[in-house]
Design a protein around this ligand. Sequence first.
Ligand code: ADP
Ligand code: MG
Length: 331
Amino acid sequence: RKEKSKMPAYKGLEAYRLDEKMGDGAFSNVYKAVETATGKSVAIKIVRKYELNASQAGEKHLNPQFKKKPRVTERANILKEVQIMRGTSHPSIVKLYSFSESDEHYFLVLELMAGGELFHQIVKLTYFSENLSRHVILQVARGIRYLHEDRGVVHRDIKPENLLFERIPIIPSKNPIRRPYDDEKEDEGEFIPGVGGGGIGRVKIADFGLSKVVWNEETMTPCGTVGYTAPEIVKDERYSKSVDMWALGCVLYTLLCGFPPFYDESINVLTEKVARGYYTFLSPWWDDISSSAKDLISHLLCVDPAQRYTIDEFLAHPWCNAAPAPPPPPT
Ligand code: ADP
Ligand code: MG
């Protein structure tokens, strides 16, 4: 097919056939790909090591000295992302199969999340019912509990663009009612024939590009090292896990109503709103949403990190336990 012949070829990725682009970043592209020897479908995150700046790109044919490119992607950052991903194994975390590099690129071969971003599903659906929101957020929360408690890792970039569906959920045809799923039938979900059925499918956490190993709360030491660390760093780290809990609150808010808790066209006003933790349960959108859901959100979007719910408090909240979770889809 035409598109396939247009796919770029990467030196160092000869074992794979690139199919289609799934994601775009400033310095990375994510492709759907097939490992030709095994036929296994994967996603490959390709990170450029260097970048031509605009003027260099324009003049490079004129002046060969511009071939020297500035470094854009710190090796240490990629290695940290890879190391953290290598240390994880959980159904709510995207798997890293392998890592390699060429002169120009880093390659992260990842578990394929064919359903794409939670972000796109929110855009399509407008918003999720409480049951569907619970089903999604519990999967994310269990991934966060694993990171925080078992791995000592803070993700630091939890957002709908970094939460991915394992497979494509079919959205019931244009529903004039803003709630696209009826509460009774939603857990069955609906799927494209041949892709699978039964449940909305798994949601997993991706993109460990900003993630970080943090302090052990009991011993106040960073992973096994006895610290000679300054108090401001210890204080900083003590609440570092709470950044993921704030983000989880923002995601849950957005799932339930279809728009984020903090928004303003002016970045200064937005910054001020976030700093003060100023958000509302805007009428009429929030009128029919349970007070239990609102209570949970208020314990996450709480400015004082010491007061904010931990992941265990989140998972123990009545809203999270309001209905039995549907069985996980077969893997
Ligand atoms: P960045 O650091 O550029 O944000 P990400 O790891 O978040 O890189 O990947 C960018 C985008 O690529 C994601 O938002 C998602 O749309 C897509 N993507 C990333 N990993 C996968 C994957 N394993 N399967 C499918 N799509 C993915
Ligand atoms: Mg990302």
